[in-house]
Unconditional design. Structure first.
Length: 549
C-alpha cells in the first residue's frame, strides 16, 4: 500500500499547482506578430511542428487512456492525469497553429516514427508507457538523427573511437612516466629525455609518415603505427635499464608519429573547410578527453600493481586500436590512382617540391609556431615538470597527480565541439589566439600553485585552453593545403609541432635543474603568450565564414 499513500500524498499538491498554471493558446502567444522567414526555413519549421504534433497527440492519449482504470477513491491522481492530458492538448493546439500559420498544411509523418509511437498506445502498464513516451516519443528524433549522422560520418566516428582508445593508453602513462624513469637513478634532465626521445621519434618520422600515407595509403600507415606502439609499450614495461627504456620510448614515439599523422590526413581527406572545424573539434574532444582521463586509471594502476602496469595497459589498448582500425577504417585518399601510377622517384620529387613550397608559406610557418609552443608547454611543462613539482612541493601521490591531469578532460569534452562550431562560424584566428593565451595563463598558475586545490584549478584552466583551441590549429593547417597536398602539409605541421614535443622536456628540464621548476613553468607560459600575440598580429585568416555556401 506504500505506493497508494505516496500517490495520495503527492497528487493533492500537484493538482493545484497544475491548475494554477493553465494558459490559453489563443492569447498566450502573439499570433499576429509580424515576422519573415525564407521559404525553406518556413518549410523546415512546419516539418518540426508536425513532428511535435504527432508526439503530443500520443502524449495526450497515454495518460487519458488510463483514467478509466483508476479507482474513484484516488480522485487527486485522476485530476492530475486529466490536467496532464489537457496540457498536452494545448501543446498540440499551439504546434498545429504554428505549422498552419502561413497557410501551409502539416508536414510528413514518418512510418518509423509512427510505428514507434504506436507501441505506446498498446502498452498496458502506465509506468512503462510513460517511460517509453520519454524514450521513443521525445527521443525518437534524437536516435534517428544519430543514425543519420553516423551513416554520413562513419569514418569520422570510427576515428574518434580509435583515437580515444589509443590516447587513453598514452594518458595512462603520463603521471608515472617521470616517476618510472627516476627508478633508474638518473637526473631530472635524463628524466626529461625519456619524454623528449618520444617526441624525437615523432619529429623524425612525421614526414616519412606523410610519405607513407601518400604511397601505401592512410589505412596501412595507421595500422603500422598501432603495431609500433604495442611493441614500444611492452618494451617499456619490461625495461631492465635506462638505455632499454629510452629505446622503447623511441619505438612508441615512432608508432605515435604514424598514427597521429595518418589520422589527421584522414580527417583532412573527409572534410571541407565549411565543416572542418566541427569535425576536428569532435576528434580533438575525444583525443583530449582520453588523454586527460587516462592519468587517473594510470595512477591507480601504478599504486596497485607498480609503475610498469600503465605501460602494459597502453600496449593492450594500442593492440585494440590496431585491430579496429584495420577492420573498420577505409582508405580515404582521393588521389589513389595518381599515387599508384607514379614511380618511386617521381613520388619523392613531388613530395619534396611540396615541402619547399611550404617553407615559404607565412600561414604555415605561423601556425607551426603555435603548434611548436603548445607542444613545448604540454610535454615539457604539463607532462614533465608539473608532476615532479607537485610531488616535491605538495607531496602529492601518483593518483592525486593523475586526478588533476584527468580534469583536463572536462574542458576538452565540453568545449571541443563548441569550439569547432566557433571555428566554422567566426574563422580560425578568433579561436586560436585566445586559446593559446589561456594556456599561457595555466602555465603561470601551475608555477605558483601553493596547494592541491590550486593545482586542480590550474588543471581546470588548462582544460579550458585545450578545449577551446585543440581543433583550430589543425583546421587552419588543413585549410592552407592545396589539392593533393594534405599529406605534405599535415605531416610537416606535425613534424614542427613534434619538435616542441621533443625539445620541451629537455629544455624545460634543464631550466628546472638550473633555475627551479617555477622558472621552467613561467618560461613555458611566456612562450605561449608570445606565440598567441604574434599569430594574432601576423597570421592571415584561412577561412571566411561569409564564403560558406
Amino acid at each position: 500500500m506504500g505506493w497508494q499513500w505516496g500517490a495520495r500524498s503527492v497528487a493533492p499538491r500537484l493538482y493545484p499547482q497544475a491548475a494554477a498554471n493553465q494558459w490559453d493558446p489563443a492569447t498566450a502567444l502573439e499570433w499576429d506578430a509580424a515576422f519573415d522567414l525564407p521559404a525553406d526555413i518556413e518549410a523546415a519549421v512546419v516539418q518540426v511542428m508536425t513532428y511535435l504534433v504527432e508526439n503530443k497527440q500520443v502524449a495526450m492519449i497515454v495518460p487519458a487512456r488510463f483514467l478509466g482504470r483508476i479507482h474513484p477513491h484516488f480522485r487527486e491522481v485522476l485530476q492530475v492525469l486529466a490536467v496532464q492530458a489537457a496540457d498536452e492538448a494545448r501543446h498540440t493546439d499551439v504546434f498545429a497553429r504554428r505549422a498552419t500559420l502561413r497557410g501551409q498544411q502539416l508536414g510528413v509523418s514518418g512510418a518509423g516514427g509512427r510505428a514507434s509511437l504506436t507501441t505506446l498506445l498498446e502498452e498496458p502498464d502506465f509506468a512503462l508507457a510513460s517511460f517509453l513516451l520519454s524514450v521513443l516519443g521525445l527521443g525518437q528524433r534524437v536516435i534517428t538523427g544519430m543514425r543519420q549522422w553516423l551513416a554520413h560520418h562513419h569514418v569520422l566516428a570510427w576515428m574518434c573511437v580509435l583515437i580515444a582508445v589509443n590516447q587513453l593508453g598514452f594518458g595512462a602513462v603520463v603521471p608515472v612516466l617521470p616517476l618510472y624513469a627516476s627508478t633508474f637513478g638518473v637526473s631530472v634532465a635524463a628524466i626529461g629525455l625519456t619524454i623528449g626521445i618520444y617526441g624525437l621519434a615523432r619529429f623524425v618520422l612525421s614526414l616519412p609518415a606523410g610519405r607513407s600515407a601518400d604511397r601505401i595509403g592512410r589505412r596501412p600507415t595507421l595500422a603500422l603505427g598501432g603495431v609500433l606502439t604495442v611493441v614500444g609499450s611492452l618494451a617499456s614495461a619490461i625495461a631492465p635499464n635506462y638505455e632499454w627504456f629510452l629505446l622503447a620510448r623511441f619505438t612508441a614515439g615512432a608508432g605515435a608519429a604514424l598514427t597521429l599523422t595518418a589520422a589527421q590526413i584522414i580527417l583532412a581527406d573527409i572534410t571541407v573547410p565549411a565543416d572542418r572545424g566541427r569535425a576536428m573539434g569532435l576528434y580533438s574532444g575525444f583525443f583530449a578527453f582520453a588523454v586527460g582521463l587516462g592519468p587517473f586509471p594510470g595512477g591507480v594502476l601504478a599504486d596497485e600493481y607498480g609503475l610498469a602496469a600503465p605501460f602494459l595497459a597502453c600496449a593492450v589498448l594500442a593492440f585494440l586500436f590496431t585491430v579496429l582500425g584495420w577492420l573498420f577504417v577505409p582508405e580515404t585518399a582521393r588521389a589513389r590512382a595518381a599515387r599508384t601510377t607514379h614511380t618511386s622517384s617521381a613520388g619523392l620529387s613531388s613530395f619534396d617540391l611540396q615541402l619547399r613550397l611550404l617553407a615559404t608559406n607565412r600561414s604555415f610557418l605561423l601556425i607551426s609556431l603555435v603548434g611548436f609552443s603548445s607542444a613545448v608547454a604540454r610535454t615539457g611543462a604539463l607532462f614533465s615538470v608539473v608532476p615532479l613539482l607537485m610531488r616535491d612541493r605538495l607531496a602529492l601521490s601518483p593518483d592525486q597527480i593523475g586526478l588533476g591531469l584527468s580534469l583536463v578532460s572536462l574542458g576538452a569534452l565540453c568545449l571541443a565541439y563548441p569550439s569547432g562550431v566557433l571555428v566554422d562560424r567566426f574563422g580560425r584566428k578568433a579561436v586560436i589566439s585566445p586559446g593559446v593565451l589561456i594556456a599561457g595563463l595555466a602555465g603561470f598558475t601551475f608555477a605558483f600553485a601553493p596547494t592541491f586545490a590550486w593545482y586542480l584549478a590550474a588543471c581546470g584552466v588548462w582544460s579550458v585552453a585545450l578545449g577551446v583551441s585543440a581543433a583550430a590549429p589543425s583546421a587552419y593547417a588543413a585549410d592552407i593545403a592545396p589539392p593533393g597536398m594534405n599529406a605534405a602539409v599535415l605531416s610537416s605541421f606535425r613534424m614542427l609541432s613534434d619538435a616542441g614535443y621533443m625539445l620541451g622536456p629537455i629544455v624545460l628540464g634543464l631550466v628546472a635543474e638550473r633555475f627551479g621548476a617555477t622558472s621552467a613553468l613561467t618560461s613555458a607560459g611566456s612562450l605561449l603568450v608570445v606565440s598567441a600575440i604574434v599569430f594574432a598580429l601576423l597570421a592571415p585568416e584561412t577561412y571566411h565564414p561569409s564564403l560558406r555556401s
